[in-house]
Design a protein around this ligand. Structure first.
Ligand code: BES
Ligand code: MN
Ligand code: MN
Length: 454
């Protein structure tokens, strides 16, 4: 066994304990009440780097701080930039968690906690593999720069600004990101495409006060009715978004891609069974994998208005609102989508209510070339740790900063991922399989060696 693998084995238990420490910090970026926790999480990450002799800095932003670290220099060697995020999604609804979200709990080989897989556990695999090299071998086989942000789940504004001003500091040959998943248990993957996103909030206001729904109903526009009507009007019965020109820039799937997706070992029945849903739906003319990975969509994420308490209350609410987003595919421009959406909303809005549209965040989709020596290096490292070569997949989720890395650093991303489809990301009972955590560290350790040889 190599020195590195020996080191990983003998420190495996401590790695898990450290992940638990990290997971106990409730670093919820969306919630201003967690500001101090965001700083604590950044400090925790920075300390990890300091312990392995990395030059480390906490960089303040207008939002949550960035953690930047450089491994001890290896002159003449290549440089990889490792990206990850220490922020997590809000843990609600709390009553659906079997164990509390910020008290990590081990059950059946999994570690349950908010952020376990997205992205604290995955991010830590790269830190621990760097530790192994630096401690056991005295140095890494390449130069590593780490940029760990605290705003991925809310749009990466601080890191965007940092990159606009200091891209030179992050100069690198390639970017390594582990913030996604494997294709299925036992089938590791390299992701070559991510969807983009355009996220909004819509506020509908009508009468100047709540009204008796019997006395007034039928004579005034009900903002909640109007909201339902508007939202349902954004998508047609073929599952297509009704915004003008919405599909104009969509990069279509190639025949080759469609064939490859069709040949994926995708167990559709099990996919729906696992989430408790009967029957596939979505844009007409596309398969489930195509819909998830390579077609744009519209989804409401939150909806409010009127009476939510116990029993019935006959009220016509003065206002209602929703949060919703479009997932975009490569070549769609979030700014164009906003312009089209505004136009479509004026068409859909009934008289008697006012609309206010708030733009939360937007990011274009990504496709990374597969014919690169870095991809080959990553495939070898993954095969070494997971016992089989990765499949090449796209993903439906978004990592906004990946596009910016490409534009500003002229470096392509290696989108790796050790998670599973049933990890419950953004949902109660998020988990990370501990065996995947350790395989991830092993793959990452091998990746440094393979990238160093490119
Ligand atoms: N790690 C996810 C993105 C992801 C999900 C990649 C599944 C691959 C597979 C990331 O943390 C995330 O949730 N991103 C947000 C971005 C948004 C808030 C701008 C997303 O996709 O909703
Ligand atoms: Mn993530
Ligand atoms: Mn996420």
């Amino acid at each position: 066994m190599s020195t590195i693998d020996q080191y990983l084995e003998s420190h495996a238990a401590r790695f898990e304990d450290e992940l638990c420490q990290f997971l106990r910090i409730p670093s919820v970026s969306a919630d201003a009440n967690h500001r101090d926790d965001m700083h604590r999480a950044a400090e925790w990450v920075a300390d990890q780097f300091r312990h392995i002799r990395c030059a480390t800095e906490i960089i303040p932003t207008a939002g949550h701080p960035l953690v930047y670290a450089e491994s001890p220099p290896v002159p003449g060697a290549r440089t990889a930039l490792v990206y990850g995020h220490y922020d997590v999604q809000p843990p609600d609804p709390l009553d659906k968690w079997i164990s509390p979200p910020f008290e990590p709990s081990r059950r059946e080989g999994n570690l349950y906690a908010r952020g376990a897989t997205d992205d604290k556990g995955q991010m830590l695999t790269h830190l621990k593999s760097a530790e192994a090299w630096i401690t056991a071998e005295g140095r890494l086989p390449l130069n590593l720069k780490f940029i760990i942000e605290g705003e991925e789940e809310v749009g990466s504004h601080g890191l965007e600004t940092f990159l606009a001003e200091h891209a030179d500091r992050l100069a690198c040959d390639c970017v390594v990101v582990s913030d996604g998943g494997q294709f299925a248990p036992g089938i590791p993957a390299i992701t070559y495409g991510l969807r983009g996103i355009a996220y909004y909030e819509l506020r509908v206001t009508g009468p100047n006060r709540d009204l008796h729904s019997g006395s007034f109903g039928g004579s005034v526009t009900n903002p909640a009715n109007a909201l339902a009507q508007i939202l349902s009007g954004l998508i047609d019965d073929q599952g297509r978004v009704t915004i003008p020109d919405f599909y104009d820039d969509v990069t279509p799937l190639t025949d080759r891609e469609r064939q490859e997706m069709a040949e994926m070992p995708f167990d559709e029945r099990q996919y729906f069974e696992q989430i408790g849903v009967v029957g596939a739906v979505g844009e007409a003319g596309y398969t489930t994998l195509e819909r998830r990975w390579a077609r744009p969509t519209f989804d409401v994420s939150g909806l409010w208005g009127g009476y939510q308490g116990e029993g019935a209350k006959t009220v016509l609410p003065a206002s209602a609102g929703a949060k919703f987003s479009f997932r975009l595919v490569p070549n769609q421009d979030p700014a164009k989508i906003t312009a089209g959406l505004k136009w479509r909303l004026t068409e859909l809005c009934p008289p008697g209510v006012d609309l206010e549209l708030i733009e939360h965040h937007g990011a274009p989709g990504v496709l990374v070339p597969l014919d690169s020596p870095y991809i080959d290096a990553a495939a070898r490292a993954i095969a070494y740790a997971f016992g089989r070569r990765p499949v090449f997949t796209r993903e439906g989720g978004s990592i906004p900063i990946v596009t910016t890395f490409h534009e500003r650093l002229k470096a392509d991303a290696l989108l790796l991922g050790w998670g599973q489809d049933d990890d419950n990301t953004h949902s109660p009972n998020e988990k990370f399989c501990l065996a995947d955590f350790h395989r991830g560290i092993k793959a990452s350790a091998r990746l440094w060696e393979e990238l160093g040889k490119v």
